[in-house]
Design a protein around this ligand. Structure first.
Ligand code: CP3
Length: 358
């Protein structure tokens, strides 16, 4: 992929802790059901999976939030469960119930059968979407590719869908740690291949979503989640600058592990709203950039309250980062919800840019 200069490279500069004119902002789930134009394209596709598997339509919904708001990055429209789907588990969405697998992992024998999918055949639709989006973005803002973390993907593979207490996957880890490590090993191989392929197809930054790492005890987190995040950070090609897409490790409930995450070799750590950005910045101590972390529920409040909370988060980061705004990527602490108001999202984005202007 040619390295055409970007019209807006604030996001990539902030990930490298370089000076920027304003703090960059993008939002997890910025493409989605809170936008009426997303709902219209999804209706045209017939289902979420048809939408994600059609590169032209996936490109269309990726660009929709950028037409409304001056966001500083685009994120590939896809899902973390495309990888286990390509491993043969049969992803489907039962109406109103979230993701499910037809053939979840039920035994060590199921794990033995798993292999790393081929990125340019089994997951070709994802790579085609990346290439299409890069072409259509035409150098305006960078494109973020992503994957789930091995632990978070494994949660869905073993539970067969979402879960309240993760009893099946935690039981597997406790009863048969060798089998659990075998599962996490093959998923990690697939995640690394998937992220490399997205980079080769044109993704300019990569985010790993460890949405469910925070449900583990500290000892289990270190054994079953962190270890594999560290492997990803170590094995994605190094070299800095143009030869490696900056890697963001996002996790819900990851604040006890900020020190280890900052030492992992990733370029940035993403945090949820249960830690103050000042505290997080002090603990990271300039080793990586920091992404976050407004409580998404703030978007239900008034535009005035949203602006005040954005200002608070920006100042908190600056104070904790030794008086400098560098190295901060503004985001929510988790994704947008379908009933949030696009006008309030617009107020948030404007507040980040206005209140952080240097
Ligand atoms: O952020 C973006 O705009 C990019 C697109 C994106 C989606 N899923 C689209 C999507 C990303 C980055 C994801 C990641 C993802 N998917 C995660 C990790 C991030 C997180 O939110 O914690 C997880 C755990 C999943 C698994 C998943 N996919 C769930 C739990 C659901 C159901 C969500 C719901 O609210 O119904 C999905 C489906 C999904 N993925 C939707 C979208 C926009 C909703 C699909 C629809 O009905 O139109």
């Amino acid at each position: 992929m040619s390295s055409q200069p970007l019209a807006n490279d604030r996001f990539l500069r902030a990930l490298r802790r370089q000076p920027v004119d304003r703090t960059p902002v993008w939002l997890m789930r910025q493409a989605g059901r809170y936008l009426p134009e997303y709902r219209a394209t999804r209706a045209q596709a017939g289902s979420f999976l048809n939408l994600a598997k059609n590169p032209e339509l996936a490109c269309e919904v990726t660009l929709q939030p950028l037409r409304r708001f001056p966001l500083d990055a685009a994120i590939l429209f896809s899902d973390i469960l495309t990888v286990p789907d390509a491993m043969g588990l049969g992803l489907y969405f039962a109406d109103g119930e979230g993701p499910k697998f037809e053939r979840p992992i039920r035994s060590a024998a199921d794990i033995d059968k798993l292999g790393v999918p081929d990125m340019e055949t089994d997951l070709r639709y994802v790579m085609d979407a990346v290439r299409t989006i890069r072409r259509e973005l035409n150098g305006s803002v960078p494109l973020i590719g992503f994957s789930g973390s091995p632990w978070t993907i494994a949660c869905y593979m073993v539970e067969g869908g979402g879960s309240d207490n993760y009893s099946k996957v935690k039981s597997l880890a406790l009863n048969d740690p060798a089998a659990m490590h075998k599962l996490l090993g093959v998923v990690t191989d697939a995640v690394i291949a998937y992220l490399k392929a997205q980079y080769a197809a044109g993704a300019q930054a990569l985010q790993v979503f460890d949405t469910w790492g925070g449900v583990l005890s500290p000892s289990m987190y270190r054994e079953f989640s962190l270890r594999y995040l560290q492997r990803i950070a170590a094995e994605l090609p190094r070299g800095g600058g143009e030869t490696r897409a900056p890697l963001i490790l996002f996790g819900k409930g990851n604040d006890p592990y900020l020190d280890e995450l900052a030492a992992s070799g990733a370029e940035a750590v993403g945090v949820d709203w249960t830690i103050g950005l000042g505290d997080a910045a002090r603990r990271i101590a300039g080793r990586t950039a920091l992404q976050g972390n407004l409580d998404p529920v703030t978007l239900y409040a008034s535009p005035e309250a949203i602006r005040r909370e954005v200002g608070r988060a920006l100042e908190d980061y600056r104070t904790g980062n030794g008086g400098s705004r560098e190295g901060h990527v503004f985001n929510l602490g988790h994704g947008l919800s379908p009933d949030m108001s696009p006008e309030h999202v617009g107020a948030l984005v404007a507040a980040v840019h206005e209140l952080s202007a240097r």
